[in-house]
Design a binder for this molecule. Structure first.
Ligand SMILES: Cc1cc2nc3c(=O)[nH]c(=O)nc-3n(C[C@H](O)[C@H](O)[C@H](O)COP(=O)(O)OP(=O)(O)OC[C@H]3O[C@@H](n4cnc5c(N)ncnc54)[C@H](O)[C@@H]3O)c2cc1C
Length: 425
């Protein structure tokens, strides 16, 4: 590999700059930085990397915990390719550049009379970063965001452009859906959106036992129902959860902060709102505010075993870690067909456990990991996890199939790095 900073570079490549993730957990400086303005800049950067034997990784908005972005080679940053390319109003489809954030896309879609079918907790990540890591929202009938992708353009390790689509590419497209940037550099994606809708959001607090007892009823009654378990009186503050919501409990700790979202067509009248209720466009209601004050794991537990797993985590937190304040977030997600999705072929419940950024948090996260391993729980790729290749082989039925595609498309491992090599080489 050549790291000579004085050597002439192809247009668009500049000396690397210090980069760190949103949490400030890690940083790195690549040898070169590419800030493409058009597709051909990406092709040139990848061909240069192939010629020089340099690795390549894409950085997006840095909201992932694991070190998927660091590379000693070329970092590609799509900050200058962040626009909508085209909109098909009849089919409710939109094609975008890779740097666009979920929020920017969602707000612009509103002007076209469209919404994204679902969104996650924040909207500051890029849509391609969200797709690449299996990011999801909540809802028993709603799959991960990568299921909204119907086509993509990708620059492969050989510098060729591959046009992939759900219709024509079958298994390869299923491998690509959630692929951590391992199969190539995504230069555009086409998403299936839906007609614009408003959301009627309700938030309230209830006893944990009452929440779990009525869980299936709540899931049936609402398009989206999810909750945060609050182990201590102080928990809500750690995730900036609103204090002024109705209480169906007299307790201050070991309670659930519950949320339901129901979709309402935009031409329907707004309901009368009570305490803890909000009504607005989907692009406005979905995003929440978080502070970079936590370290998190999130695993998908098979849907039918959620209550059992939740009780184990709750018991662990109450008995061994009574002073840990961070909420546990629990969200149902529909199965999808992506090879590396945490919900591949099975409905699941996303169980997210966090602690402070202190080193002591690792002990809690590892104890939870040990419990969730017994449930064959699968990791969210954008959050901390303790996976090994052996474990992945056990919990992902198509792990080997994914690795075969990776090796075919990138035989020299251009898109691997130190974090990804032990898991996917
Ligand atoms: C506060 C907060 C809230 C969150 N809420 C949710 C939530 O509600 N639901 C959920 O499921 N997750 C959630 N996440 C996780 C988050 O959605 C993912 O970590 C997501 O990947 C972050 O997107 P990003 O744009 O920051 O991507 P990055 O973290 O910068 O990159 C993620 C991966 O995508 C790859 N990548 C990005 N763009 C490209 C491209 N063009 N070509 C090839 N590879 C590419 C990168 O190389 C990297 O491997 C949350 C994270 C935070 C910090």
């Amino acid at each position: 590999m050549t790291n000579d900073r004085t050597k002439p570079q192809p247009p668009g490549l500049r000396p690397g700059e210090l980069w760190w993730n949103w949490f400030g957990e890690f940083y790195f400086t690549p040898a070169r930085l590419a800030r493409p303005r058009e597709e051909n800049d990406v092709v040139e950067a990848v061909r240069y990397a192939a010629h020089e034997g340099m690795p390549v990784r894409v950085s997006a908005r840095g909201h992932s915990n694991p070190q998927m972005v660091p590379t000693p080679g070329i970092q590609v940053d799509f900050a200058e390719m962040d626009r909508i390319i085209s909109v098909d109003r009849d089919k409710f489809q939109v094609t975008v550049q890779p740097g666009i954030t979920v929020g920017s896309l969602s707000r612009q879609l509103r002007d076209y009379g469209m919404s994204l079918n679902n969104q996650g907790d924040i909207d500051t990540q890029t849509i391609v970063g969200a797709i690449a890591t299996g990011t999801h929202g909540a809802g028993v009938t709603l799959p991960a965001i990568s299921s909204q992708m119907i086509a993509a353009r990708v620059v492969t390790a050989s510098g060729e452009i591959l046009d992939l689509s759900e219709k024509k590419d079958g298994d390869l497209f299923r491998a690509f859906r959630c692929s951590l940037g391992l199969l190539g550099v995504t230069i555009s994606v086409t998403l299936q959106a839906v007609p614009s809708y408003n959301i009627h959001k309700r938030s309230w607090n209830a006893d944990s036992d009452a929440c779990i007892a009525d869980l299936h009823g709540l899931l049936e009654r609402h398009r989206t129902f999810w909750f945060f378990w609050l182990p201590t009186q102080a928990s809500a503050d750690f995730y900036v959860l609103p204090p002024d919501i109705p209480d169906q409990t007299s307790r201050g700790h070991d309670i659930c902060h519950m949320r339901s979202y129901d979709a309402v067509p935009v031409d329907h009248p707004a309901p009368e709102l009570g305490a803890g209720e909000v009504f607005d466009h989907s692009s406005v209601v979905y995003p929440n505010t978080y502070l970079p004050n936590f370290r998190e794991i999130e695993y998908a537990v098979p849907f039918g075993r959620f209550e059992e797993a939740f009780e184990e985590i709750r018991h662990l937190r109450m008995t061994r870690y009574p002073d840990e304040h961070f909420p546990v977030e629990c969200r149902p997600v529909l199965a999808d067909d992506s090879m590396l999705s945490a919900y591949a072929g099975r409905d699941g419940y996303a169980l997210s456990i966090s602690g402070s950024l202190d080193a002591s948090t690792w002990d809690l996260l590892k104890a939870c990991d040990a419990i969730l391993d017994r449930y064959d729980a699968r990791p969210h790729w954008g959050k901390h996890h303790f996976m090994t290749a052996e474990r992945l082989e056990r919990i992902y039925p198509e792990y080997d199939a994914f690795r075969r595609f990776r090796r075919e498309l990138d035989p020299k491992g251009m898109f691997l790095n130190q974090h990804l090599t032990p898991l996917f080489a």
